[in-house]
Design a protein. Structure first.
Length: 462
């Protein structure tokens, strides 16, 4: 056991308590950001004349060499240390001697870990944005290919009105676009540097917090030292945004699972993203989509875990806050894995367009348009609704579509039916007449897609 705080103690810590308290098994992910933060801190200490330039150079070189050795496998991060901060400081002192003992001047592990988490979370926001842009680009390409692929649109999982595959996919485009914009908001709000807050009340050294903030790419320093060391709002916001991404992925997965079922047969999932059964030779299961749906609950759990951890914590730092890490790492790892795999699965999905179109034809998805046809011939909408309702009942009985009835038969329901009814209720007409912005007609969709293209080319996090 190599702790930073031996001086005040006469006895040694209980072994179980040591393990219980230690965070190195998971905060070792902070190796790189801790080195970056410590180097910026040393640079600032030298600029302010608190340490010498030689000491600063030794510290920076020493930290870099530790990082390289760990990355090359020449130095192992072991449980001998309480956390990654202790590991780095102990190794630095071992390598450069007394100068290493100065790196923690004007700093506490409380502002150090707050900085590490922000730097780490910032890079993950950037990664999430890349992954969200990828899924948006895949969707954009699929939409362009399917402006006239007809399918039923559903409400209550009952066939409702005809739409196109491009339009259906466009709904997910909007969801992931909002997710991406959320990443930008979160980054903007969290981009302030807590370093220099000390344990809770700043320090008596003449630190230049603006300088370290600038060196580390933040807009500026945080403005209250107690809040700086105990704020985890940005993680909660981030995890809420991750939960929303997962909710979108889960809804999409659910649809793919339904579309992949024997009954629907709208899609064929590529073999690369399906698994078989150990007993039933005919099976090809959508396990990846199911697991994405399943892992959504886990990411919600991570968010709940941190919210609950934070709710009773008095100012300022308390050790409970160490619990933020495993929850956040789990949420970010799972969301990124799911998003990556899901995007690949989506890009390789094959659509059975004939089955989709047939399903739209056979589901009375043109019933509203048939009623609108009668309205155009002068019938009040409520009466038209009732006529078409009776017509549908008749078709259900005959196991046919409205379009299958002869004009003579149609006329027994209303004299207003003419030969032009067949064109008026064709899938193509039903979709093409829905021209308002946001509706499924190819013309309306083309306008939306040029807005999407502009969004995809001009999006930036800054
Ligand atoms: N491992 C700790 C955490 O993750 C680092 C901060 C320790 N600070 C302290 N006062 N014990 O929160």
């Amino acid at each position: 056991m190599a702790q930073l705080w031996g001086g005040r103690f006469t006895g040694s810590i209980n072994e179980l308590a040591w393990d219980f308290n230690a965070s190195i098994s998971f905060d070792k992910r902070f190796l790189e950001v801790d080195v970056t933060g410590s180097k910026a801190h040393a640079q600032m200490l030298a600029k302010q004349g608190i340490i010498s330039d030689d000491e600063k150079d030794a510290i920076c070189k020493g930290l870099d060499s530790i990082l390289t050795d760990v990355q090359n496998g020449q130095l192992e991060i072991t449980n001998k240390y309480e956390d990654i901060h202790s590991f780095l400081e102990a190794n630095l002192i071992e390598r450069i001697g007394d100068a290493g003992k100065k790196v923690h001047t004007g700093r506490s592990r409380n502002d150090q870990v707050a900085l590490d988490m922000r730097l780490y979370a910032k890079s993950e926001v950037i990664r999430m944005s890349e992954l969200l842009l990828n899924v948006l680009k895949v969707l954009d390409g699929m939409m362009k290919d399917n402006l006239e692929t007809y399918m039923p649109g559903f409400t209550h999982l009952q066939k409702a009105q005809p739409v196109t595959l491009a339009h259906h996919l466009g709904a997910y485009f909007e969801m992931f676009k909002r997710d991406l914009l959320r990443m930008k908001d979160i980054l903007n709000r969290m981009n302030y540097c807590p370093l220099g807050a000390g344990a809770l009340a700043g320090t008596t050294y003449p630190l230049d917090r603006e300088y370290t903030a600038e060196l580390l790419g933040f807009y500026g320093p945080t403005l209250n030292s107690m809040d700086s060391v105990s704020d985890r709002d940005y993680l909660i916001e981030f995890m809420a945004a991750l939960s929303t991404v997962m909710m979108h992925l889960s809804r999409f997965s659910e649809e793919i699972i339904i579309w992949n079922s024997n009954e629907y047969h709208f899609v064929i999932i590529d073999d690369a993203y399906s698994t078989g059964s150990s007993i039933m030779p005919q099976k090809k299961n959508p396990d990846i989509a199911e697991l994405v749906r399943g892992k959504t609950g886990r990411v919600y759990g991570d968010l709940m875990s941190l919210l609950t951890t934070m709710k009773g914590i008095p100012l300022a730092y308390n050790k409970d806050m160490q619990e933020d890490k495993e929850a956040f790492f789990d949420a970010i790892d799972n969301t990124q894995n799911c998003l990556t795999l899901f995007t690949d699965m989506l890009a390789t999905l094959k659509f059975d367009k004939a089955a989709m179109e047939k399903s739209a034809m056979l589901g009375f998805t043109n019933a509203t348009d048939a009623a609108d046809y009668l309205v155009n011939k002068g019938m009040p909408f409520r009466d038209a609704h009732s006529v078409i309702g009776r017509l549908v009942l008749h078709c259900i009985d005959k196991k046919c579509a409205i379009d299958d009835l002869s004009l003579q038969e149609l006329k027994t329901f209303s004299e207003s039916f003419e030969e032009d009814i067949y064109d008026a209720i064709s899938l193509e007409t039903c979709v093409k007449k829905r021209l308002t912005i946001g509706a499924p007609s190819p013309d309306a969709m083309k306008k939306v897609m040029s807005i999407n293209d502009e969004f995809l080319t001009s999006f930036s996090l800054s």
